[in-house]
Design a protein around this ligand. Structure first.
Ligand SMILES: Nc1ncnc2c1ncn2[C@@H]1O[C@H](COP(=O)(O)OP(=O)(O)O)[C@@H](O)[C@H]1O
Ligand SMILES: N[C@@H](CC(=O)OP(=O)(O)O)C(=O)O
Length: 453
């Protein structure tokens, strides 16, 4: 059995949904289909999830958002018309969103409820299309199926008991069309995964159902060695390990959600990233072990939006508990950190910048000054991280030197270097304005010139 997830771009229009139908029905192993909300049809288009966020925000502010609601319904109407579905499906979808809008009293949960409507209604619509083509298919709601998650609004995590519940989906005789992106807390509240979280739903179902393969259909032929929006026609990756993919996803490979790796990895389900627009292409396999091809680096990822807290104090190395006290301040301020590279007398803490409002930044700065009495504190924003990833890197001499010299060739200053303790990755901090040049140069060094270790 295969679990097949189709991302937003694969279900963005009637034309795309027809392709999904052909792919699913061409292989009888494809029995569980996870779908996203309609995504972008062209590069400047707006994803339905973003339309829904705008709808929820406007409704909360003004108590009405007719124009925004109409923009959402228009996406479904357009698809339903072109798939020649009966008009009642659009009325049903509109009614569903109207009902969701009535739940605005609980402002915290409201956004999750509206966002989830994107995938939920698309799953209903796609199930209807499969049925209209004479195929046995049914929409299954995550509550009915027992997809239980933690009650963290917009940031849910699957609960262990879900796996036993979801296994029962195996008993279904037709094709299951399952909405991605959300589950329910044990108390019955709807909670969404982080953005891009339909990948997580697919991985959970693949693990729970002990699938032979988890297929993740998107709009590119494979995972590439670098973001194709930075380098034209980058090298395709045919195979990579769960560990490598997790590091790359974490550091900016938007093609597959980093939190989708754990369920697949633990249940040892191989993952295949494939193209809905070119299903014959073999795609990229994500597996536990892979053959090495001589290049220690499998991919280069990068992401903007970090900040660096730099703290310097002479003889810091002698002061027991300095690091703990600094991290405790962050904990008390509700901040999570990503990395902590350090020197003898200095410590850097890298955070996702969006967590730190100006007010929080000022308070944090004050607390570090008064509680730790450092010689210097600096908070640098607009930091980008570049991650070079490959399981064979730790056995290869000269990878760091090669990367550093590539960054130097691009005339980019390195703000910080960190070798991941897993030794699968190496990270460089640079200014956001320099990141693309640095990435291009590193890509050239490892993928365009023959690799000499
Ligand atoms: N290294 C990479 N390899 C492939 N695609 C990447 C990579 N980095 C970023 N992407 C982007 O990820 C996109 C696919 O992910 P996403 O937009 O989430 O798709 P979907 O609509 O299927 O959920 C691609 O169109 C590509 O622009
Ligand atoms: N629709 C949600 C969840 C998701 O996974 O979407 P996509 O498959 O388009 O990345 C989002 O935009 O975040």
């Amino acid at each position: 059995m295969k679990v097949s997830k189709f991302g937003g771009s694969s279900v963005a229009s009637a034309e795309q949904i027809r392709k999904v139908f052909d792919i699913v029905t061409s292989d009888e192993e494809r029995r569980i289909v996870v779908v996203s909300a309609p995504g972008k049809r062209f590069s400047d288009d707006v994803k339905t999830t973003d339309l829904l966020i705008a709808l929820a925000e406007k409704y909360l502010q003004y108590g009405e958002a007719q124009k925004e609601l109409e923009a959402v319904i228009a996406r479904y109407r357009d698809i339903a018309d072109q798939l020649e579905l009966e008009e009642d499906i659009v009325a049903e979808i509109e009614e569903d969103f109207q009902a969701r809008l009535q739940l605005s009293d609980d402002t915290e949960r409201f956004l999750d409820c509206i966002k989830a409507g994107g995938e939920d209604n698309n799953a209903k619509l796609i199930a209807r299309y499969f049925q209209s083509c004479g195929v046995k298919a049914e929409y299954v709601n995550p509550k009915e199926a027992g997809l239980l998650v933690s009650d963290e609004v917009g940031n849910a995590q699957v609960l262990q008991e879900s796996y036993d519940h979801l296994y029962r989906l195996r008993e279904k005789t037709g094709i299951v069309i399952f909405p991605g992106f959300f589950g329910y807390s044990p108390e019955g509240n709807l909670v969404t995964f982080p953005r891009g979280g339909s990948d997580i739903t697919g991985a959970i179902l693949a693990a729970a159902l002990k699938a032979d393969l988890y297929e993740n259909f998107t709009d590119v032929d494979s995972v590439y060695a670098v973001n194709p929006n930075i380098v034209d026609h980058p090298k395709e990756i045919t195979e990579l390990t769960y560990k490598e993919m997790r590091e790359l996803s974490y550091a900016g490979f938007g093609v597959f959600h980093e939190e989708a790796l754990a369920p697949a990895f633990r249940a040892k389900i191989p993952v295949c990233v494939k193209n809905t627009n070119n299903p014959k292409a073999p795609g990229t396999m994500i597996v536990a072990k892979r053959r090495t091809n001589g290049n220690p680096v499998v991919g280069i990822a990068s992401d903007n939006g970090f900040l660096n807290i730099y703290v310097e104090k002479y003889l810091m190395n002698r002061e027991i508990g300095f690091g703990r006290k600094l991290l405790q301040i962050l904990e008390e301020e509700g901040l999570s950190y990503e990395h902590t590279p350090s020197g003898i007398d200095s410590l850097n803490v890298i955070l996702r910048a969006k967590q730190l409002t100006e007010e929080k930044e000022a308070r944090l700065f004050d607390r570090i000054q008064t509680e730790l009495e450092p010689d210097k504190v600096k908070i640098e924003r607009n930091i980008a991280l570049i991650m070079i990833v490959g399981e064979a890197m730790n056995k290869t001499i000269g990878v760091a030197a090669k990367a550093v010299s590539a960054i130097q060739n691009a005339n980019v200053n390195i703000a910080m270097i960190n070798q991941g303790s897993s030794e699968v990755s190496m990270m460089f901090g640079v200014k956001e304005s320099d990141v693309e040049n640095a990435v291009r140069s590193i890509y050239q060094a490892f993928f365009e010139k023959a690799y000499v270790s």
